[in-house]
Design a binder for this molecule. Structure first.
Ligand code: HEC
Ligand code: HEC
Length: 315
């Protein structure tokens, strides 16, 4: 009853226009709708434009970054594929090699191919290939002191290196990266001659014993080329790398044979005795060291223990 009433009411044509919209009315409605759409689009246009631009910009930045990363990842391959540059100077390369073997080889390996858990492979480094000589020299001055787990110390930890030394290391790296540029080099001669300063300090530490002073001075010289990068000048240690060897209980606890065996073997990062998680490489990463060389270094280490040592410093 009620439903029928309502139905009847709903069907009642209250607005005649709605019941029969004439053809003109439909046109009108469409026109208004179209106008609303156009106005709406016009109002939104700047927003759409800015939005689109932002999306494009983000895409562009990401695209450029991907492209740069790709270019960088190909830097060494491109170097090898391109025509070779001129051969590097023999004198500069020989000097560079001397610096490299004393200042860089401990972490980057004697051949520059890198050491697991230490320095990277420099032969195939895209970073090296992508920088010019000046940029590389500037990089070496700064290093990557914050790199984890192992830092690349400024100048490889050798603050005595001059601009010329660094220039020649860079020259040597160029030859290592592209064998076509490396001239034939004469056999390597390791400079083991201690400085006058080192000789005088050794003589004082040996209490005037000239023979012992000779060993200490030689050890001082060798320490400050092979071990200094990780253990610091005069063995004071390096943050995030080798421990201090000054007044060191481990050094004091071993006799010369024990220390010689330790230094020859090193201490890997997984060795239970390792406390830093960083590798102490066998022979400090310098396979050229003979037993006598290492015993000289031990004589020098004894002088850092802050007591009349050398009681077992026999050789
Ligand atoms: C105490 C160890 C140590 C010594 C010594 C050292 N480096 Fe490094 N070097 C590193 C480490 C570790 C890295 C990688 C750092 C990182 O994670 O980015 C590195 C990175 C580099 C790089 C950048 C390589 C790349 O592809 O990003 C160059 C070039 C380099 N070293 C050159 C040298 C030269 C030349 C010397 C000698 C003057 C030297 N280093 C001495 C540890 C060392
Ligand atoms: C590439 C870096 C590096 C070089 C080069 C290096 N050492 Fe080490 N050395 C270490 C690290 C790291 C440790 C500490 C390892 C650990 O956590 O036990 C260490 C530990 C030692 C210790 C034991 C100290 C202790 O308290 O346990 C001695 C001794 C030592 N080094 C001597 C030398 C001598 C001598 C040379 C040079 C012939 C040398 N090292 C070169 C990194 C180096």
């Amino acid at each position: 009853m009620t439903a029928t009433k309502q139905n009847a009411k709903a069907r009642t044509p209250e607005d005649p226009a709605r019941r029969d919209p004439g053809p003109g009315r439909v046109d009108d409605g469409l026109r208004q709708f179209g106008l609303a759409v156009v106005v709406g689009l016009l109002l939104m246009a700047p927003m759409l434009g800015i939005g689109g631009q932002a999306v494009y910009k983000t895409w562009r930045v990401q695209h450029d970054a991907r492209r740069a990363a790709y270019e960088l990842s190909q830097a060494h391959e491109r170097l090898i594929a391109a025509a070779a540059g001129p051969k590097v100077s023999v004198d500069d390369a020989v000097h560079g090699r001397e610096i490299f073997s004393s200042a860089c080889a401990a972490c980057h390996g004697p051949d520059g191919k890198g050491m697991t858990g230490l320095g990277k492979n420099l032969l195939e480094s895209d970073f090296v290939a992508s920088k010019d000589d000046d940029q590389l020299r500037e990089f070496l001055i700064v290093g990557r002191p914050d790199a984890k787990p192992v830092a690349m110390p400024p100048k490889g930890g050798r603050d005595d290196l001059t601009d010329n030394d660094l220039r020649h290391v860079v020259t040597y790296l160029r030859g290592l990266q592209d064998a076509r540029r490396m001239p034939e080099l004469p056999a390597m001669v390791v400079n083991k001659a201690p400085s006058e300063e080192q000789k005088a300090a050794a003589l004082a530490a040996a209490g005037g014993d000239a023979e012992l002073a000779g060993y200490i001075a030689s050890g001082d010289k060798l320490f400050h080329s092979t071990c200094v990068a990780c253990h610091g000048k005069a063995g004071v240690g390096m943050q995030g790398n080798g421990k201090a060897l000054v007044k060191n209980d481990f050094v004091k606890s071993l006799d010369d044979d024990g220390l010689l065996a330790f230094i020859k073997q090193g201490r890997g990062p997984t060795d239970p005795k390792n406390t830093t998680g960083i590798q102490m490489p066998p022979k400090g990463g310098n396979p050229a060291l003979s037993d006598d060389d290492i015993l000289d270094i031990i004589s020098y280490l004894r002088t850092l223990q802050g007591e009349r040592s050398n009681t077992n410093g026999t050789k």
